[in-house]
Design a protein around this ligand. Sequence first.
Ligand code: SAM
Length: 219
Amino acid sequence: MRLRNITGSREAIAESPYVIQEAVHSECRGKWNEIFGNDHPVRIEIGMGKGKFIHTMAMRNPQINYVGIEKYSSVLLRAVQKMEREEIPNLKFLRMDAERLLDVFGAGEVDRIYLNFSDPWPKDRHAKRRLPSGEFLALYNVILKPGGRLEFKTDNRELFDFALAQLEPAGWRAELVTYDLHGDPALAEGNVMTEYEEKFSSMGNPICKYVICRRAESL
Ligand code: SAM
């Protein structure tokens, strides 16, 4: 993602009541039900960008708690501004790098993980930074509850093929794989488009998606 630094974004994020502040990140582990004040399932989007997807999901599903994770204040600011216009009680934000997921979520605390249009990191030496890499799958495996799922969408075929190749060695199995999400009426039904998905599908790019879960014998 091309990043434009927005003056004051860091300060705005540091003061926002919708963002869980870094100083208390470690206190969140195992406490997400307390944070939301209910025992509803917790679903997270990693690399949420400006937040269109998670915002829509949270509005549509008030019985589910959502946590949006984004590395950059300048990007997260847009999602926070949207919340200032219309507060959504079942949605919170974390400004952090996904490398630190285990500091913030306890084992089995997350019901579902969404990765949408993750940065491709095309150079081989950066493969570990790709959010669907084996290294990240190992983190997801800790925080996902047994039977929990991960959903990944992208228009980048190379990244998608890389992501599929990571699954078996890391002990995961695909429940669903499509190379043309929007071309399949059954799969497209209820699909919530992200900012990137709108942009790239309008250019004619097919959207790939997988849904994965842990192989039972590797739990
Ligand atoms: N998910 C949004 C969408 O589909 O429109 C944004 C996609 S954008 C290409 C990828 C986003 O992931 C960027 O906002 C980037 O800052 C964020 N990101 C990349 N690596 C991350 C990481 N390790 N931890 C948290 N956020 C990350």
